[in-house]
Structure formats: structure tokens, C-alpha cells
Design a protein around this ligand. Sequence first.
Ligand code: PGA
Length: 258
Amino acid sequence: MRVPMIAGNWKMNTTVNEATELVKTMRDELDKVSNVDKVVCPPFVSLAPVRELIKGSSIKLGAQNLYFAEKGAFTGEISPLMIADLCEFVIIGHSERRQYFNETGEVVNKKILAALNVGLKPILCIGERLEENEAGRTEEVVTEQLSSSLAGINDLNGLIIAYEPVWAIGTGRAATGVQANETISFIRRNISRLYNDKIAREMRILYGGSVTAANATEFMQQPEIDGALVGGASLKATEFLSIITQTSTIRGHFSHID
Ligand code: PGA
């Protein structure tokens, strides 16, 4: 069984004070849900204080990015070693980074390698843009993103994929559960082709893009979808908690059938 995961990507939101307040509001309730991996990804400056607050709880920590060099003269960047000191997960290749910070497949590949080298579990984001979707190129785009991001990487060490169609991110226009399930199933077949069947079956693949408390059940009921990467709704304690409890209820049901 793949343990479902709900990860909150706070993006460039919350001061340190707001971040710690948000965690304090959610901590005890989140901690009660046991069969879901619950991850929060605050901005860099809040990683250390949030880590202190979730110590001893079942909530896990992720960063939103890293630079691939280990250390040195790279003013303003944060290295894999610094992240690994604080976090278990790191989001890599988010479409906002590809779009606004020119992250290419080659850069994403270097970041994935650097993260794996220090024992971090990358959450690799892939997904097609609106015009690519409308041109029927979704499978071609995710295939290319997978092979460039994972080039030369043999040991995936718990890597997670988040399928995030760019047109669904922050737009309130989520994919349907069926659409997301189909593409995720396609991604899993690709992983099987690039690696093997066992790795593909064990890999967690999340959906991301306008997931809310109102549509979470639709996604979690799909057999190929192992959770969600949640942006906007992860900044509201009650929404985030509701997404997680819905996931727990539905997945508990699934494992019962199995
Ligand atoms: P959203 O963002 O939930 O606000 O659409 C998702 C993401 O960018 O990971």
C-alpha cells in the first residue's frame, strides 16, 4: 500500500510569525490523523521555527526549493545540506520556478540529484501548460519532463511526483478526478518503463492544482492518486485539515477493500 500524502506548499506567503501561528493552530488536530503523511512546506526563513513547533508530532517538513551546489559563493541561495539539516522533503521543479526563474529540465535534474545525494526526498513537479493541454500534448510534455528530470538517476530513494497541470494552479479551475487519474496512471506507466514495475507501483504520485476541501474527495477516490500538493488551501487551517481527514477516511476505506 502507498501511504497517501498531503503536502501544503505555502509558496511566498506568511511571515515567521504568521507561519508559526498557522502551525500552532493546526498542529494538534493534524497530529490525530494517523494514516496520511502530512507535510508543510513554509518559506525558507520559517523552516527552523516551524521545525521546533512540530517536534514530537507526526507532521513532516519540506522546503520549496534548493540550489544544487553544496556550498560556496552563490549569494542568496540555499544548499541541499542546509535543507537536509531541517527537512525530510523538498519541492523541486514547481511550475512557478520553471516559469518565473527559468528552471529548465537540466536544472531540475541537477537539483533532484543534489537532493537525493543528501538523503532528501524530492517532490518533483511536472505538468503541462494550458496551450499544451488544448493541443492534446499532455502525455508528450510529461514524458519529456520525466525523462529530463530523472536523467542519470538510478536510485529514486522515496522520490514523489506531483502532477500539476499549470492551468489548474491557483486558478480555481482544478482538473477532474478522472482526468488527473488518467494522466497519473500514464506517469506511472512511464516510471515503469524508465525503471521497473515495482518502483512504479511503490511510487507516490500526487495531484496538485486548485485542490480544496470541496473537491478533495473527488481526487482521493481515484485509485492512482496518492494525495495532493495543496497551495492556496494549505494556508487555511480548517481547509487543510479537512483535506487531510477526507484523505484519511477514503484511503482507510480503500485499504479495507484491498
Ligand atoms: P494551488 O497550488 O493549490 O493554489 O492551485 C498548487 C501548487 O502550486 O502546488
